[in-house]
Design a binder for this molecule. Structure first.
Ligand code: ADP
Ligand code: MG
Length: 212
């Protein structure tokens, strides 16, 4: 059971479609504690990513993930674009030169991507950011695989952990990003970036599970 290049492209395309469907919702969340552009930012970025992947002859999972990341960095301003760009670029690093990857390699690469987000944004758990969805998700994948789960089960648990992490951002006071300018007034609203990160994990669970 391995994840091939087409499977990874399928995940990215599925997420682009989910972002399109949730564009208004993500922007609405960002209007409460930010500047109302998270949905449109991600949509613009992932439309460019899909166009870039169209008809590609590439077969290298790592290279393709790096292309996804670089496209996001070049097309999306603000915090969200460069942070998602970093996630995919750093995830691609360990997978460079591979046309297919094992569940363990996939999980380790995702973890390296999330570490990249952390290094770039300097946010910790409970700062009310995308990391509140991403960190529990990578923990869930690694611990599930380590205890004998297959990729499908591991991704389902990761999506569940990301959902819980996303919901947990609501009462939090933001410590990083634009929402932190609101101080205590940022509490009572779900973080837009944690929401899009949950959707990314859910898209992985929905699409890559079929690999298993
Ligand atoms: P901007 O805040 O520049 O308008 P977006 O609206 O696209 O960018 O993205 C906002 C999201 O980015 C927030 O909801 C939060 O999850 C995430 N974010 C902001 N700053 C950081 C950071 N330092 N580390 C991790 N995530 C962050
Ligand atoms: Mg914004």
């Amino acid at each position: 059971m391995t994840v091939g290049h087409d499977d990874v492209v399928g995940w990215i395309r599925a997420f682009a479609a989910v972002v399109e469907d949730n564009r208004a919702y993500l922007t609405k969340l960002d209007s409460a504690i930010g500047d109302a552009d998270h949905g449109s930012n991600l949509h613009r970025g992932f439309q460019a990513v899909v166009a870039k992947l169209e008809g590609t002859e590439e077969n290298d999972v790592g290279k393709t993930l790096k292309t996804v990341g670089m496209t996001l960095v070049s097309k999306v301003g603000g915090a969200g674009g460069p942070l998602y760009g970093t996630l995919f670029m750093q995830m691609g690093g360990p997978l460079t030169g591979k046309a297919e990857v094992t569940p363990q390699e996939f999980a380790a690469a995702l973890e390296s991507g999330v570490k990249g987000v952390q290094a770039r944004g300097k946010a910790e758990l409970e700062d009310k950011t995308m990391l509140d969805a991403l960190l529990p998700a990578v923990d869930a994948i690694s611990s599930s695989l380590a205890t004998g789960a297959n990729l499908q089960e591991a991704l389902e648990r990761a999506a569940e952990a990301a959902a819980k992490g996303m919901e947990a951002t609501t009462p939090m006071v933001a410590k990083k990003g634009r929402a932190s300018y609101l101080g205590e007034r940022s509490a009572g609203h779900q973080d837009p970036g944690a929401t899009s990160s949950y959707l990314l994990l859910k898209a992985a669970s929905d699409t890559l599970s079929k690999v298993a």
